[in-house]
Design a protein around this ligand. Structure first.
Ligand code: DX5
Ligand code: ZN
Length: 225
């Protein structure tokens, strides 16, 4: 089954709590929380104190996407603020395996992400250490960009590597996704769909979430047959 992860980067922060409750009512299983440091990516978003406040509002899975250099420095803070899963970037530090093991030691699900131009075969080395792979389908840094089609191939490669490993690892895709193109990545094995502007920019958020789910699931089910 597909899981939907609305990215709160595209939310109206003056009404953050209210908007999160709406994603929950609409059945979004995850909340995708984009943390940016202005160094790894050319943008600064927010940190642990912000999502710590929304932790009280919802039991949705907090899917924390760290676009920061040397993430190990902040794992304790992000865990304490209520992360359920923490994703680090292959391109963000040297001690990636150590960081993933540290995340797991804190009882949080570790995940690794690659940027669009990174060779997806680098993912192989992380398979024993992660519960999720995040394929970026835009250059990280901003919401509202267009989907980069090469992410379809990267997702396909990731799904093959996961299958060969025999491990149960989720595959999430992030960037430029909507009901119109979610099927492109679920048809090759993605099962967690991040959507920012397609959810928070929609006139009817509940409808947007259910359309993404329906279209994504249709193609995912074909793959399982
Ligand atoms: C980009 C972020 C994404 C982004 C998704 O760096 O990681 O999560 O907010 O937003 P949309 O769906 O608008 O591309
Ligand atoms: Zn993200």
């Amino acid at each position: 089954m597909i899981k939907i992860a609305p990215s709160i980067l595209s939310a109206d922060f003056s009404r953050l709590g209210e908007q999160i409750l709406k994603t929950k009512e609409a059945g979004a299983e995850y909340l995708h929380i984009d943390v940016m440091d202005g160094v790894f990516v050319p943008n600064i978003s927010f940190g642990a104190p912000v999502y710590k406040c929304i932790r009280k509002l919802t039991d949705q899975f907090f899917d924390v996407h760290l676009m920061i250099v040397d993430p190990i420095r902040y794992i304790d803070a992000f865990v304490k603020a209520g992360a359920d899963g923490i994703t680090i970037h292959h391109e963000a530090c040297a001690n990636r395996i150590e960081t993933l093991e540290y995340i797991r030691s804190k009882g949080v699900r570790p995940a690794i992400s690659i940027k669009p131009k990174t060779d997806p075969y680098v993912l192989e080395r992380y398979l024993p250490y992660v519960d999720m792979i995040l394929i970026m389908s835009v250059e990280p840094g901003f919401g509202g960009q267009s989907f980069i089609p090469s992410a379809i191939d990267s997702t396909r490669v990731a799904a093959e590597l996961v299958r060969e490993s025999g491990r149960d690892i989720d595959i999430e895709v992030d960037g430029g996704l909507s009901a119109a193109n979610a099927g492109l990545v679920t048809s090759v094995g993605a099962n967690v769909i991040v959507a920012g502007s397609a959810v928070f920019g929609a006139p009817d958020m509940a409808r947007a979430i259910s359309d993404i789910r329906q279209n994504g699931e249709k193609d995912y089910l074909k793959l399982l047959k």
